[in-house]
Design a protein around this ligand. Structure first.
Ligand SMILES: [Zn+2]
Ligand SMILES: [Zn+2]
Length: 323
């Protein structure tokens, strides 16, 4: 075996550190005692997709990859909304994700299925002790904002607030008044609308780290195991175009062609149209229609040569066919 591919030694989870994570998985069972209403299931589905958008559009496409720009106050909103998913701080999330791209499917990748197997890439690296800290150096471009560092440290503030909001909604709709928050109406909304939704959201996100590096088609030669899958793209609002994404990671869209459904990208376009975000990065043609990175460079060089006298050359070579 190639010495470079020798796995790193990764420590086993320490059970007492992971009690909260286990309890979160068990709490939806509380609905066996409270029952669950139609409204609780609506909350569950809504807050799955609502928060999936902020995970992919926020944690991933904004903080990890800087695929668009925004103001300082809206950047805080993005981090807050993403963190309602209870997937730790935006700086923690994005720093580890940058490591994933830097070392994709090599031993230094935090969650390579190829090197460490399905369970470790899916959840083992999260519950293990090796990746608990935030690497502030890797995310220095955002760690310079004290409000983001604060939110990263107190990462449980947003999910706690959301849990209370969901209990209040359950109380108002099913209990008739907000005073029913700490009765059955509030608790059934909490178990299904918050905890079950959060658990499904965990595994939706984790599946990108595990099975999106194993199952599906590979359009581009990225040198790693990343794949594309429409099914995962629908469940994760665009993240299933993972091979596209590994090939050209700075783009705000992961579906590169019109038929590659990427709901997150459509919503980002919506946010751009009302002025909350701007400068969404698209996919240049020479990238989109290439097969590997060498081919892309060659296409770009040919294009530049054939347009060398054009005054708009710079603009055209960076042509944004997407946005
Ligand atoms: Zn990425
Ligand atoms: Zn990946």
């Amino acid at each position: 075996m190639d010495a470079v591919l020798k796995p790193e030694i990764r420590k086993k989870p320490i059970l007492k550190q992971e009690i909260a994570f286990i309890i979160i998985h068990l709490l939806p069972l509380g609905a066996l005692f409270t029952g669950a209403t139609t409204f609780d299931w609506i909350l569950c589905a809504f807050f799955y997709f609502f928060r999936m958008f902020w995970i992919t559009g926020g944690y991933h496409r904004y903080f990890a990859h800087k695929s668009y720009k925004t103001s300082r106050w809206f950047q805080f909103v993005i981090a807050f909304m993403a963190q309602t998913s209870a997937q730790k701080g935006a700086l923690w999330w994005a720093a580890h994700h940058r490591h994933h791209h830097r070392y994709s499917d090599t031993p230094a990748d935090p969650h390579s299925m190829k090197i460490y197997g399905f369970w470790y890439s899916h959840v083992g690296w999260i519950v293990g002790p090796d990746f608990k800290e935030t690497d502030y150096k890797t995310i220095g471009d955002y760690a310079k904002y004290p409000e983001l560092v604060w939110l990263n440290k107190y990462h449980l503030v947003p999910p706690t607030i959301l849990a209370l909001v969901i209990m209040a909604l359950g109380a108002i709709v099913d209990g008739g008044s907000i005073t029913a928050m700490f009765s059955t109406a509030g608790f059934s909304a909490l178990f299904i609308g918050f905890f079950l939704s959060t658990v499904i959201l965990y595994h939706g996100t984790f599946s990108i780290n595990s099975i999106m590096h194993k199952f599906g088609r590979q359009r581009y030669q990225t040198g790693d195991e990343s794949r594309n899958s429409i099914w995962l793209a629908l469940l994760t609002m665009g993240e299933g175009w993972h091979n596209n994404h590994h090939y050209y990671e700075v783009a705000s869209r992961q579906g590169f062609f019109w038929w590659e459904i990427d709901i997150t990208y459509y919503l980002l376009k919506g946010l751009q149209s009302v002025g909350f975000i701007w400068e969404l990065k698209g996919v240049p043609k020479h990238i989109k229609f290439s097969t590997d990175k060498k081919h892309a460079q060659e296409l770009k060089r040919q294009y530049e040569q054939s347009h060398s006298s054009a005054p708009t050359q710079e603009k055209m070579t960076e042509e944004d066919v997407a946005a």
